[in-house]
Design a protein around this ligand. Structure first.
Ligand SMILES: Cc1cc2nc3c(=O)[nH]c(=O)nc-3n(C[C@H](O)[C@H](O)[C@H](O)COP(=O)(O)O)c2cc1C
Length: 304
């Protein structure tokens, strides 16, 4: 969820230039139409299941109008997580200034000026009677939207959406099979970067079993914890078609804006090539779990 309009450009431009995709959040601060027009073909979009079905349908209409090729239905965050650091730091949608936060803000005048006088923080596509939501309303909307996604929702969205459908948040073989049976074109293995429920297993530990269950009937996407090209190689070897990143792009952004995001993608690309070479392969297409087995390490190193 990113609110600054310019901030968005810093993500989708490098993604497009690197030949990869950017997934637009359903809670984005920039309208989907605008992002999609800026990077045609490189933007996928998230669908959320809001209690008011009309909002969901409206979002699908927007996606269709924007020629979005892939809809990512996030089905896994039915409740808000307890983020103690956020609570401790007063980082909430309806932030209440404390002496500590006021003191902290005083040391960041540029941030404060941008917050007060820069583009208003609001949703790009969600509004109340055509009026942009304020922070309090956004907080309420996000809180109210936490509705458990059911298989009926997946089936309904599948019927309604003509493009490709990825179901995000799948963490076991049974759900993967069910999503494929419901018509998903891609299973998106994700635990939201472990940011929602820290007792959840890692995606890399769930991946092989899920890929096996899917058995080529759908693409297998994965995210959460990918930090190195070697992570991408491991995910690929365990059956993923593609790996996606969340926070690494944000870290690049914080470091040096759009150039930082582009650098993160470059680094990942280079590291992937290096890690691939160490498995003894020249293409990602041939990778399988044997690339991670001790015997292949032995043969790779004996050939070195
Ligand atoms: C700041 C932030 C905002 C996010 N917002 C959304 C969101 O609106 N919708 C969604 O499906 N996932 C959201 N995610 C989760 C990411 O899409 C992704 O699953 C996760 O970040 C991947 O893990 P990684 O950060 O370890 O790469 C968000 C993640 C971060 C860090």
């Amino acid at each position: 969820m990113f609110h600054d309009r310019e901030l968005h450009r810093t993500f989708y431009s490098p993604a497009r230039n690197a030949g990869t995709v950017f997934v637009h959040s359903a809670w984005s601060g920039t309208p989907l139409k605008k992002v999609a027009a800026a990077a045609p073909g490189s933007v996928w979009c998230q669908a959320a299941i809001w209690p008011d079905q009309r909002l969901v349908d409206k979002h699908l209409d927007r996606a269709e109008e924007a020629d979005i090729p892939v809809l990512v239905l996030a089905g896994d965050v039915a409740v808000s997580s307890k983020r103690e650091r956020d609570l401790h730091n007063g980082f909430t949608m309806q932030a209440r200034p404390s002496p500590r936060s006021v003191l902290n803000a005083a040391t960041k005048p540029r941030w404060v000026a941008n917050f007060l006088f820069g583009p208003k923080i609001t949703f790009g596509d969600q509004s109340i009677d055509g009026r942009a939501m304020n922070l309090r309303e956004m907080g309420e909307f996000m809180h109210d939207d936490n509705d458990a996604v059911t298989w009926n929702d997946v089936i309904r969205i599948r019927k309604r959406w003509r493009g490709k459908l990825a179901v995000k948040g799948v963490m076991n073989a049974q759900d993967a099979r069910r999503a494929v049976d419901a018509g998903a074109d891609a299973i998106f293995v994700s635990n939201h970067g472990g940011r929602q429920f820290d007792a959840q297993p890692s995606t890399v530990s769930a991946l092989a079993e899920i890929a096996q269950a899917v058995d080529g009937r759908a693409e297998v996407l994965v995210d959460s914890g990918i930090r190195r090209g070697s992570d991408l190689v491991k995910m690929r070897a365990l059956g993923a078609t593609a790996g996606l990143i969340g926070r690494p792009a944000v870290y690049g952004l914080v470091h040096s804006g759009e150039a930082g995001v582009a650098a993160v993608l470059d680094i990942l690309r280079d590291e992937t090539a290096t890690a691939l070479a160490f498995t003894g392969n020249t293409t990602l297409n041939n990778l399988n779990a044997s690339a991670l087995a001790p015997s292949s390490c032995a043969s790779a190193s004996s050939g070195a």
